[in-house]
Ligand binder design. Sequence first.
Ligand SMILES: [Zn+2]
Length: 294
Amino acid sequence: MSKVKNKKLKLKKRNFLVFLIVLIIVVGSIAFSIIPKKETKKIAKTKKDIKLEQLENIDQKITYFNYKYIDRYINYKKENPDLDIKQIITDVNIGIDQKYYTNTKKSINLNTPQILVNKYNYLEEDYIPDNLEDIDLNYARSGMKLVNYAKEAFEEMAKDAKKEGYTIIAMSSYRSYTYQVNLYNRYKESDGAEIADTYSGRPGHSEHQTGLAVDVYNGKIDYTNFEKTEEFNWMQENAYKYGFILRFPKDKIKQTGYDYESWHYRYVGKDIAKYIHKNNICFEEYYIQKIEKY
Ligand SMILES: [Zn+2]
């Protein structure tokens, strides 16, 4: 072997050795940085799994499941063991596992049929829809306003009812923030806040401020007895066809936060009204399951 060749071989050997060392360092450091991370991930995932198991792993199946609320779901389930898991998630998303008027937020979808105004979602003091119109006096007391598209739907409904011999009259519709301040204060003075809250919205929390809600009667019997009238039965069968829903049903007092009101209707548009009517849910439930983004 020549000296040159020997030198070349030595150089090759050295290069290989250097390469090997570098390789070991690189692989080693990668392994070190990955393995501990993987382990922590595993532990965190297990905790999550344990929590999800308590909720029947529903997050995989339900689009409105929000992991942010996991502890609230678990607590609410403990307090309400008879409720099915979908109801638990819906109720917590509405907010009813916590007291009314806590964690309130500004309503979104302003001036659309999708707006939700309730004990957790409010309108600001200066919110006045810019498309309010007077309801035809054939179907309303004087000065009753709704936003134009709800007004048109209401008049069409009342007109069709009249053709069949039923009288639907709007006796309260759009109400301003200030009007609600006076109304609520009056109720609070006579009944106390706790009772007033069961039937009257606090200022900003009344759906009447949206211009999409209307209280009706038949022109003869006091509105509080609307349930006993033929007109009520007609509304039960037909209101949804015009985009209106009975907003505070008997079996949804907890979800809506209001006592049953046979006279209070809300315009939500035909598609939503039809869905709510068919599935026997209230607007809060629809909102959580179909409108709110997660
Ligand atoms: Zn009302």
